[in-house]
Design a protein around this ligand. Sequence first.
Ligand code: GRF
Length: 211
Amino acid sequence: MKSIVILISGRGSNLAAILDAKLPANISTVISNNPSAGGLAVAQHQGIPTLAIDHNTFPGREQFDQALIAAIDLHSPDLIVLAGFMRILSDKFVNHYRGRLINIHPSLLPAFAGLNTHERALNAGVKIHGCSVHFVTSTLDGGPIIVQAAVPVLPDDDEKTLAARVLVQEHNIYADAIRWFLEDKLSVVNNRVHVRGVDSGAGTLLNPLAS
Ligand code: GRF
């Protein structure tokens, strides 16, 4: 059975959704850079070992990333899943795990890479927003996209309502992407991820709807 290490920084709702999906994998450990992350308790409730490595106790990014690599490699994971992990990772870290490091981002990449995605989507006036699961490369939020889910932006939305609508879809697509990885269904050709044996949605999503 393949093994996964999950990195978090916060409440851990994506982590919870991944655990609920009962994937055919061993979740070896959950590591947080934030010792008070709510997600640590989520993992502990399910008997998964946890570790906090507080980035504030390191002189710089390189040293923190080195400690993180050491902690992860103890488990020799097949896949490292960033689930709301809010630290930029050094090139050294990203290259060490190239091809087996994935992230979820709350926008339809490449739109709105970086922070405050929902606020920026509202300010840009987009009608469709969403989330993306992607392989991590050294370009911030820029690696090959595995799966995306789109949601409408409604006229009365604020950041909170839009974030909540997107989050429901984050919880849907992350477990799917991990399952495909575990089943060796993913391949990357010219920056495009192909998912073997999974149909693409062929419908057109319009918002507002044409009459
Ligand atoms: C999610 O929206 C994720 O996409 C973003 O941070 C949030 C983390 O939420 N990077 P949670 O900790 O998984 O609940």
